[in-house]
Design a protein around this ligand. Structure first.
Ligand SMILES: [Zn+2]
Length: 638
């Protein structure tokens, strides 16, 4: 050591203590400067773990600012008698939503001495990012919707909002999982949706806004048993076809309330129920698809029930004849509820009789129909019966258990064309019975008096269905329309402009006549009496048949009028009483008909032929008045 240095150290040595104290003071000042004013920096992680090594003495002396959006707190203090002495770690936590790529200053300040601070710089990176590409496909309404997130996020929460409902999503590592089932969505629909980022309870931002489409529901598009249907065969399996490939299905087959044993096989969109044993006949079943999940996560919206029954053997559903009026040439068709076994000896199971006499017939089967036709035509009005035995077998080899029979009758009339109108239309006469005493009902001499044709058409039907009421010894002939040309165009006259009821050779026949509408018709009575084909047809028919009684129907005076021959007066009174139409005596005639009824049919019958006749005037031109006349019409033939 040199003397100079020695000399220099003398005062230091002399004031050693002072020097040491000074040096120590400087050291502490520098240390405190660094301790308090040095900027500590930390990178904030959204995934948490934001604590770092940072020694702090007497940590409870400090308080954290939070103006920058972060707050500090010291962790894991060493304490003496409950008073914290030292902490080795400081943690940072956000008090506001962290901003992406920001640098923020925050300090731990000694309470009441704000100048003395521990300073920190907190920097953040980019915000966590959700991958929402799975929203582009169709969404299941049941399965949770899972989004990948590019970093673990313990800072934010996420909400999925669809229409007016929303659900908070769970986070697991790098998955954000939203329970869509809580949103009550319908399948096969489009919705507007948002994913929102939340910091605590406050919404930070919309992460995603778009429309989503939910998957189509599972539906049954086809079933091998029809809804409410009847199963005629003995199926070993039942097949349901869904609208799309399935991964699972729960299906029950019930017989009344009992479960029917089966195995269910699902392949693509086909559900097959293999039955353990044949289904019993004539029982109620239901197929219940309780649940089904499709490969695309679509589900069955509600359970789908198909009720059905199993049939018995063949049962007659209908026959193409009624209990009367069967056309003698008609093939009788008996229709069953199901196809019949074509090979069976059907003749053995059918009885086809007229009274007790078997009818020789041919029978054939086609599908569910049985065709019967007599080999030789039966006489008019023949009563017959058909009975099918109970043991007819179906095409599925199921035998029936109920017999069926019908009694019927061939039609009781013969119908013939007795002539033609001026316009060439046929004039028909229906004839019932074969007795010597004849009654003729004729209508529609005036074509616009349609009610008379309708009423006599019904009379024909009435006679046919009740032919047994026609007294033996009577013949009933009905000519519903003498003037078919006038009927066709609703004209009183025939097609040659002649009023047929003015064209008969009564004493008062005239060529020129007055019409009910006041018209004076030149030649309206015909060029001569019986100049018209229709009046010739009727007069010839009357003269050939010589009925004992003739009723001629007109409208609309609502009266009955005797022609004066035979007991016509008494019959008119009776008819009037039974029908309610006024009985019109000869004397009243001109008061009702404000025109001369020259050349009238009934007058001719009285004057020239001597046949008892009634004129019946219905009360309407257009209505069928059979119901009002029925009793009187029957009485006229008794
Ligand atoms: Zn008339």
């Amino acid at each position: 050591m040199s003397d100079k240095l020695e000399q220099l150290l003398v005062p230091i040595k002399k004031h050693r203590l002072l020097v040491i104290i000074t040096l120590a003071g400087v050291f502490w000042l520098v240390a405190l400067f660094f301790f308090f004013f040095y900027n500590r920096s930390t990178v904030f992680s959204y995934g948490g773990g934001n604590c770092f090594r940072d020694p702090t003495f007497l940590p409870s002396m400090y308080e954290s600012g939070s103006e920058s959006g972060y707050k500090l707190h010291v962790a894991k203090s060493i304490s003496i008698k409950g008073y914290p002495i030292y902490s080795a770690r400081t943690c940072v936590e956000p008090t506001k939503p962290p901003l992406a790529n920001s640098k923020n200053k925050v300090a731990l300040t000694i309470k009441k001495v704000p100048i003395i601070q521990k300073r920190y710089a907190v920097s953040t990176g980019v915000l966590p990012r959700l991958d929402t590409t799975n929203l582009e496909g169709k969404i299941s309404i049941r399965e949770p919707l899972k989004f990948k997130i590019d970093q673990v996020d313990k800072v934010f929460s996420y909400r999925l909002a669809v229409a007016d409902r929303s659900v908070t999503c769970d986070q697991e590592n790098q998955d954000v999982i939203c329970d869509v089932s809580k949103l009550g969505l319908a399948q096969g629909k489009e919705y507007s949706m948002r994913i929102e980022r939340f910091f605590g309870d406050s919404k930070v931002e919309k992460v995603k806004e778009s429309s989503i489409v939910t998957v189509e529901p599972v539906a049954i598009s086809r079933s091998s048993v029809a809804q409410g249907g009847i199963v005629y065969d003995s199926p070993t399996e039942i097949v349901l076809t869904a609208n799309k490939p399935l991964v699972s299905a729960t299906v029950e087959l019930m017989q009344d309330t009992q479960k029917v044993e089966h195995t269910t096989i699902i392949k693509d969109n086909i559900i097959t129920l293999k039955l353990a044993k044949p289904m019993p006949r004539k029982t109620k079943h239901s197929l219940v698809l309780k649940d089904a999940i499709a490969q695309d996560k679509g589900v069955l919206p509600q359970s789908h029930t198909i009720p059905f029954t199993t049939s018995g053997g063949p049962k007659v559903m209908s026959v193409n004849i009624g209990r009367a009026s069967v056309d003698p040439g008609r093939t009788i068709v008996v229709t069953f509820d199901q196809p019949l076994a074509p090979g069976q000896d059907i003749a053995k199971q059918i009885s086809f009789k007229s009274g007790n006499t078997p009818i020789s017939y041919t029978a054939s089967i086609s599908g569910s129909q049985l065709f019967l036709y007599p080999k030789t035509p039966l006489p008019v009005c023949s009563v017959f019966s058909i009975t099918t035995a109970s043991n007819i077998t179906s095409n599925y080899n199921i035998t029936g258990d109920s017999a069926w029979s019908i009694s019927s009758r061939l039609r009781c009339y013969t119908v013939s064309v007795i002539g033609y109108s001026a316009g060439g239309r046929p004039i028909y006469a229906w004839k019932f019975g074969s007795g010597a005493s004849k009654a003729l009902y004729v209508g529609n001499l005036h074509g616009d008096e349609k009610s008379s044709k309708y009423t006599l058409d019904s009379w024909v039907q009435e006679l046919d269905y009740n032919a047994e009421r026609i007294p033996v010894g009577k013949t009933v002939i009905v000519v519903p329309s003498l003037n078919p040309d006038g009927f066709a165009v609703s004209s009183r006259k025939n097609s040659r402009g002649v009023d047929l009821n003015r064209n008969f050779p009564a004493n008062d026949w005239k060529a020129d006549v007055k019409m009910p509408n006041g018209e004076f018709a030149i030649g309206g009575g015909g060029a001569t009496a019986l100049s018209e084909p229709e009046s010739q047809v009727l007069s010839n028919f009357v003269l050939a048949q010589r009925p004992d009684l003739i009723l001629s129907y007109h409208s609309v005076a609502s009266v009955v009028s005797a022609n004066g021959a035979g007991n016509s007066g008494a019959l008119a009174a009776l008819y009037s009483q039974l029908s309610g139409y006024r009985n019109l005596s000869e004397a009243d005639s001109s008061a009702v008909f404000q025109y001369d009824t020259t050349g009238a049919f009934e007058t001719w019958l009285y004057e020239k032929v001597g046949i008892t006749a009634l004129l019946v005037e219905l009360s309407s031109h257009t209505n069928n008045e059979f119901a009002r006349n029925k009793v009187a019409m029957w009485r006229m033939i008794q």
